[in-house]
Design a protein around this ligand. Sequence first.
Ligand code: ADP
Ligand code: MG
Length: 374
Amino acid sequence: MIRIEHLGKTYSDTGLTVLTDVNAEIQDGEIISIIGPSGCGKSTFLRCINMLEPPTSGNIWIDGVNVTGPGTDISKVRRSLGMVFQSFNLFDNLSVLDNVIVGPVKLLGMSPDTAEEQARELLEQVGLASKADYFPSQLSGGQKQRVAIARCMSMNPKAILFDEPTSALDPTMVSEVLRVIRNVASRGITMLIVTHEMQFARNVSTRVFYMDQGVIYEDGTPEQIFDHPVRERTQYFVKRIRTVSGHFDSAGCDLFGLLGKVHNFCAQYGLDGSLTERTEKAVETLISCCLTSLDDAQSAKLDACGGMDLDVAYSEKSGHVRMRLLYPMEMDGILDTGTARGQARLDGLLSVCMSVEQGTYEGRQQILAGVNCE
Ligand code: ADP
Ligand code: MG
């Protein structure tokens, strides 16, 4: 139904490359949720699919037609793809009923009577039959969005692209709109939905695209993406993990600077006083036990090989804090229990952390430590 190959998009005015190499094949009737951090290009991706934004490179096929090729009738393509935006985009000067009639009559050549009959049916389906004669200004946000969905359906599209359809709504109205979208989904229309509603994405979609770094970074079933994401950025996103980091070498550890940063980080994400204190204590212990007792040879290796990096990660979902220290392969294991010094460091760390694991990560040695929970 929709095939996307090596899609790239650079905005010419700013020179910003948003999409580098997006590839996807979407079958008829699939319901795809698109998730990812703000600014990663989700809207740009949808807007490229229906050619509201011309792609910079790559090809898009819709129903076998290469819409990026020369001589394509773009307006015909757009008619076959419905789009529902965050901000409704209704015709404010037309009644609710006319909003749902105008497209089929003007663009598809449907007779006004048939179009009205269809419009009333669609308004019934989105629960707004009684508002047919209202104007958009007399409706709530949730109702406007339901009209927008009915209007979109009136064009009998092959697929519908939703761009954060609920993010401009009061929380009380989100569920009515999601219910309508779910209803549309159950009719087998192909849908791509950019959403922040993770529970909804999990329930409604056949597949989830996690977008990041200009590509579809990971895709899979909702279970795969939400419960067993394979790649790190996906994991961080779905577990809502926030991080703060610091870099050190043997001489230049600004411990107080780092602790200040960690403190602000804890305040920003609303960690309570006790967890903040335990996190600061754990960071202080990890840094001091790893840096203070290095001998000259180890210090030299540390500096020669690019120093150490510490990440402190807080999961808003689980409430857990984890630290990760990365240091060069060339150094001896900092927590090597075969030496008295290593054992003492490990004991020190275990006195403030509930778990300590060691391993390697991306070509460096790693210490992972979970900060004590209550
Ligand atoms: P998302 O929907 O994932 O939040 P967008 O696709 O809206 O991301 O935006 C991706 C990036 O492209 C952002 O940095 C944004 O500022 C930039 N961008 C979006 N639209 C335009 C535009 N029309 N011109 C220039 N830059 C844009
Ligand atoms: Mg967007």
